[in-house]
Write a protein that binds this ligand. Structure first.
Ligand code: HEM
Length: 450
């Protein structure tokens, strides 16, 4: 038995059919040969894109010469109304400056400081779920709620029940529903001169979300000036000066950054956790092992407990391999390149696909199998270094990678120490990629108290 994998499309399809497939789902729009290819070219009437699956070429793009491969604007279009000039979308000098101010907030030591807030959010998630024990439950909803709670608690020291936080959370869901543009804008061969329209609802929701975030940042700025601000991520980021220019984020820039922390930080973690819980239901022996290991959580929040959640970490890592929340990333060439035996023109789209790299048949042993022990094998260790990038890699690596690798195993273990998760016959999830890798009709599991 292998965990669910989306069907691949036939090798050759018409452009029209390809567009239709894309609109439905990024993953099933791809042919099976991408799981074996080192590189593939997609020619369309308007632009060319190249999927790069060869580890040393991925390295060139992300680590070797990242400045030559900036983020493609196409991916940004759908997110611009919400994210403005946030670090996720910017390039060049602006992006570098933003990272200099943001990165210190996510350093190892700071992670330890945010741990009690993560712990509190995990306990809250357990208490909420206890009310649904015995029922069939949509798990993505549960993990979204938990991950959003982690973000608000660590960033602004407020729980998700806080009036403004709750509104951001609800509005954000509406935004996502109304804004299916991301896939298309990024990959579909629409020529540049075609204007991209955001629906009125998308823009209205973006404006409301930004207004709410502004309330939080304005209040925080006042607290910082009054010397009463709590010592959390928002305060850290808003008081960090850029070592090169000596300036700080103003409130506008901070709104952009908070929007991306919320988006990048909760959607992704929620997706990863939901798939992990589904895998636990699929492999009950692993579920039991993790529940056993989770006994160490009995007590007060203590960061050192994380080093004892080894199995939980291996399982979470394996879930990120099989279901990377960000399935593909897009960069653009700024000069002509020669990759393998191909000339890649300037302005081409370079698609990096964690989804395909993580299941590459020439790199991984039993690529589609769920096997958390693989990280201890030679092949697993090699692939972890060369063919594993759920958080991307290089200078543009996810700022929250370390954060997510604490939050994920912690919430997972807390939930498993209290509940058992079981599959529901006839409700196996089918992965599809929208903003993140989600299940087409949610992930339904039966939740039972242990
Ligand atoms: C399992 C959880 C997560 C996964 C799989 C994940 C994955 C990623 C990936 C693949 C990228 C690079 C995207 C690209 O280059 O196109 C990224 C960027 C980013 N992530 Fe995460 N992320 C996770 C959690 C978080 C958390 C918790 C935060 C913040 C609290 C965060 C903040 C960011 C930010 C700010 C960026 C933009 C970095 C830049 O472009 O310089 N992420 N993430």
């Amino acid at each position: 038995m292998i965990p669910p994998k989306p069907p691949a499309r036939p090798d050759k399809v018409s452009l029209w059919r390809y567009l239709k497939l894309f609109r439905q789902d990024l993953l099933s729009a791809q042919p099976a040969r991408l799981y074996r290819a080192w590189m593939a070219e997609f020619r369309t009437p308007f632009f060319r894109s190249y999927l790069v699956n060869q580890p040393d070429l991925v390295d060139t793009v992300l680590k070797g010469r990242p400045d030559d491969f900036p983020k493609s604007n196409r991916i940004s279009e759908g997110l611009r109304p919400l994210l403005g000039n946030s670090v996720f979308l910017t390039n060049g000098a602006t992006w570098k400056r933003q990272r200099r101010i943001i990165d210190p907030a996510f350093e190892g030591g700071r992670l330890r400081d945010t741990f009690p807030a993560m712990w509190a959010a995990s306990e809250a998630a357990v208490n909420r779920l206890a009310e649904q024990a015995g029922q069939e439950t949509e798990i993505e909803e549960v993990t979204s709620h938990a991950a959003a709670d982690v973000i608000f608690r660590t960033l602004f020291s407020i729980p998700i029940e806080h009036e403004v936080a709750a509104q951001v959370f609800t509005r954000f869901r509406a935004y996502q529903r109304a804004q299916p543009l991301l896939n298309l804008a990024a990959f579909v061969p629409v020529p540049r001169w075609v204007p991209r329209f955001h629906s009125r609802e998308t823009r209205r929701n973006a404006a409301v979300i930004r207004g709410l975030i502004r309330q939080l940042t304005d209040t925080r700025m006042e607290e910082i000036h009054a010397g009463t601000a709590p010592d959390d991520l928002a305060t850290k980021i808003m008081t960090t000066t850029d070592p090169q220019t000596g300036d700080r984020f103003d409130t506008d820039e901070m709104v952009d950054q908070v929007a991306i922390f919320f988006l990048a930080g909760h959607e992704t973690s929620a997706s990863a956790l939901a798939w992990t819980l589904y895998l636990m239901a699929l492999y009950p022996d692993w579920q039991e092992k993790l529940a056993e290991e989770a006994r160490v959580l009995d007590g007060a929040p203590d960061f050192s407990v994380m080093s004892k959640l080894r199995l939980s970490r291996d399982v979470f890592r394996e879930a990120l391999r099989l279901y990377p929340p960000v399935p593909m990333m897009v960069r653009e060439t700024t000069c002509a390149e020669h990759f393998r035996d191909r000339d890649v023109p300037k302005g081409a789209q370079i698609v990096l696909s964690p989804w395909h790299l993580h299941r590459h048949e020439r790199l991984w042993e039993r690529p589609d199998d769920f096997d958390p022990t693989r990280w201890q094998t030679e092949n697993g260790k090699t692939c972890q270094r060369t063919a594993y990038m759920p958080f991307s890699a290089g200078p543009r690596v996810c700022t929250g990678a370390g954060f997510a690798m604490v939050e994920g195993p912690l919430i997972l273990s807390m939930l498993l120490s209290r509940f058992r998760f079981e599959r529901i016959a006839g409700r196996e999830p089918v992965p599809v990629a929208h903003l993140t890798v989600r299940a087409a009709d949610g992930i339904w599991l039966r939740v039972l108290e242990r």
